[in-house]
Unconditional design. Structure first.
Length: 356
């Protein structure tokens, strides 16, 4: 859900809890999944992918040093929270997870830690994007060995900006393992013919689309449908999940704010699957209210403090993505979240649910 360095959505996906109904002290409870499901293509590799996913935050020890370590010990607690909120899966070390700011070893250890904690209860997609194609290939193989379900990557960053270079990069990275591969379209306008060529690659079986042009997206889809290649699509713009579902092509959503207000998206998915778009719109509106506050925090570390607000302190963002905030800044941000109401985001939700 959000990409601050590549576009405003890189760190927009900062959410994980809230809404429908209140339990003790207003903690949000996700509605159970109904029999109706969002559309999924046939095939074993697509089973169980539909629904709301969190682009998981990488937790750091809350320390003002520029080399604050990853807080691996806290990951199992986060995983339990995601399971309790009814999320389908996690997207690891993407934009929200600050993957480009982590070392190879840090990312691999994170994959292994999440796999061990999830115990098959969540689907896992590892973002293995790196500046170097060779490094991305190496990381893809390590992620597969760690036990994730899919691998994924953004297009080349900084270098390799021509389509020819991007195609070559994606071909090597997607074919590095036998796992299904998810293209991550973000930051640039989707060009249907080019996207179609990427989607035809052997192991590419889906796309996370963090865009808003559903016309060009549809052109690409029709071209792919014409050659009979099935693919799964995830909406990546948190404020437009319901818009994406209206196209009838998206199976789920992957976003930053699913971390903190995951219940909103679980319910959007549930109601959209039942074609109750009027009811789903109420949850989308709540999500949009939170997204607005998240985007206007002015510091990705402060946006990330939404996790601290719900009881899951993930520390600051790693520089230069964000800088440490003061306690006064945090309390002012908390006041903005409080003003949204507990039906949007619930303070100390993880504690009220007994997760921490």
């Amino acid at each position: 859900m959000s990409e601050l360095s590549m576009n405003r959505r890189s760190f927009l996906k900062t959410a994980a809890v809230a809404s429908v109904g209140t339990m003790a002290a207003g903690a949000a409870k996700a509605a159970p999944r109904s029999g109706a499901r969002l559309p999924l293509p046939p095939g074993r590799i697509f089973e169980g992918l539909d629904g709301a996913w969190a682009a998981m935050y990488t937790p750091f020890v809350r320390d003002t040093r520029i080399d604050a370590p990853v807080n691996y010990d806290f990951i199992p607690t986060m995983v339990e929270y995601y399971v309790a909120k009814g999320l389908t899966g996690l997207y690891l070390t993407g934009s929200t997870g600050e993957g480009f700011l982590l070392s190879h070893d840090e990312r691999v250890r994170l994959y292994k830690t999440v796999v061990a904690a999830a115990k098959g209860r969540l689907k896992l997609i590892a973002h293995i994007g790196c500046f170097s194609t060779a490094d991305a290939v190496k990381l893809a193989k390590a992620a597969a060995d760690a036990g994730v379900d899919w691998v994924s990557s953004v297009a080349p960053v900084y270098f390799g900006q021509s389509f020819k270079a991007a195609y070559d990069h994606y071909k090597h990275v997607s074919e590095a393992t036998n796992l299904p591969f998810l293209v991550y379209s973000v930051g640039k306008k989707l060009v249907p013919d080019e996207a179609f060529e990427l989607m035809k690659l052997r192991n590419v079986h889906g796309m996370k689309y963090t865009g808003r042009d559903y016309f060009d997206f549809g052109v690409m889809c029709r071209k792919l449908e014409a050659i009979g290649k099935p693919a799964v699509y995830f909406a990546g713009a948190d404020e437009q999940v319901l818009n994406a579902y209206a196209t009838g092509r998206f199976s789920g959503c992957i976003g930053t704010t699913d971390n903190m207000i995951g219940s909103q998206f679980v319910n959007i998915c549930r109601l959209a699957a039942s074609n109750d778009f009027a009811a789903a719109a109420k949850f989308q509106e709540r999500a949009c209210r939170y997204v607005h506050v998240h985007l206007t925090a002015g510091n990705s570390s402060l946006s990330k403090s939404g996790m601290r607000y719900i009881g899951l302190d993930c520390g600051y963002s790693r520089r230069p993505a964000g800088i440490p905030y003061t306690e006064a800044e945090y309390e002012a941000y908390c006041a903005r979240l409080e003003a949204l109401g507990s039906d949007v985001i619930c303070r100390d939700d993880a504690k009220l649910l007994g997760i921490v």
